[in-house]
Design a protein around this ligand. Sequence first.
Ligand SMILES: [Fe+2]
Length: 594
Amino acid sequence: MEIGVKLFGHDSSIFYIDCDRKEIFGLDTERVTRIKHDIGVVAPALNIFKNFCVNVHNTAITLINSGFDLYYFTVYPPLWHDEYLRRVILNKKVGKYEKAKKILKYKPYHLPLIYIYSKIIPSNFKYFISIRLKSTISSICKKHIERYTKVKVREIKVRDHHTSHAASAFFFSPYKRALCITLDGFGDDYSSKVFIGKDKRLEYLYGTECEVRKGFSVGRFYSTITGILGLNPNSDEGKVEALAAYGNYKNKLYRFLMENTQIRNNGGEIRIEATKELSNLGLDSKKLMYLREKLGDANFAAAVQKWLEDIGVRYVSCIVEQEGIKKLCFAGGVFANVKMNQQIFERLNLKDMYVFPAMSDSGCASGAIVLEKIREGEDIDWIKKCEMPYWGPSYSEEEVKKAIKTQDYYYEYLGDSWPEYAAYLISKGNIIAIFQGRMEYGPRALGNRSVLADPRDEKVKKVINSTIKRRKWYQPFCPSVLESERNKIFEKSYKNKHMTCAFTVKEEYRQVIPAVIHIDGTARAQFVEKNDNPNYYRLLKALKQEIGVGVVLNTSFNLHGRTIVMTPEHAIRDFIDCGIDYLIMEGYLIKRGD
Ligand SMILES: [Fe+2]
């Protein structure tokens, strides 16, 4: 049995495809551990997978790892996000091994990382990047997974990072022939690669190389800016994007960035290039801090965001022009930027496009296993029909009831009529959480683990922020919209089911649904059809009856600082810890007491 993995590093994940039963299972480590973008080895996710597929107990597995993200071996920051790990490293550094060990008891799946970070890397970096060391790391992880999951790992095969990204985008896209473009901070010596996908083949064309430790990439520069703004790199880039809408990009920084970035066509190979000055600026945090102070946060963010959009559009349009293909699919963390995606869609005058819903590194696991299945001669055409990424675990009504009963809350069973009742509660001004079916794979909640509210009432934003999310004031909330309402409400748009692109809302609707529109008049919408999610569709239909518009505010079901809830226990925990009045879980209504 083979399982695709992003073995460790930020957004580590697993992905399984069963071609006989036409079944998919995908899960990020973060959903199990509830540490955002968890960098830990995938053992916790594999343990959940064991419950999904009992065979694993008796079968050795082969892990298809989607590349080694070496960049993260060279720096500590991803580890420092985690309070426990910070304490472990600090204690180890001062020789308090016993204390470190004690703390590690709570997060045993991080053990191999601590070993790799603190013992191997600092001692010899050159050795570290050698193939031999890659296999040493593989064997450390292998042993660890076996101990932690009691599953035998036959082998860990390593695949290229960007090829894995591209495979996720193309093979899940609706296209038979398309250009696949990847763009991220860094992965296996590249920040971008370009492919042509045709039927079962992915043909590599060219890419933009990026040095392991200090090479320039647009994605890495954007992450640096995220850090300069006091936010978490590789996590809070969406906040920079949201803040940018409040600023003016016409400033010295934007001009400098544009003058120092080029899209170069070298004998048919298209690359993004930066001058030495720009590369140096990316490494000069003092100068960047100075610019932030001088311009103000919003203008600083606006300059970098507009630069990303302009360079992204230029890069993609050069490739499209040269290759003469207008069907496009994208993956890589930079394509999480919905405003850049909107610019690509609009300025290239596309009819539609495809961004893999798990566009960041967790999605590499999907691409890696798809390529393996193709290599084995399996028929994978059916995965193109798996449009909605409900690929995580689900829980039975009995499991849900058991979790509810552990707490002293009023509950009742609504049964099959829950979507209509949910719509009624929303129309009466309640903020509710819903939990149904299989959890979403990728960063967006698409109606199975969502917090929902009335889009007409701008005040709900404040309530959600103060009681649940504690988001930055400038972060917008997004809508789920009936597909049949799309053309009525939005300017140029396409049927995007995964919230991966922003669209401009028509002037006449901006006052109708103000709670889900950003300051610039755009909304990152999920367009819903019946087959995508029958219950969620019914909820939207019923809500349209109540409020006159088939739109609902949809934000992921998680408390500030936690990841999207996976289990009924997570849902109950977050329900208790926040100010939501109602939780509807697999047909059970749970009400907060007075
Ligand atoms: Fe990546």
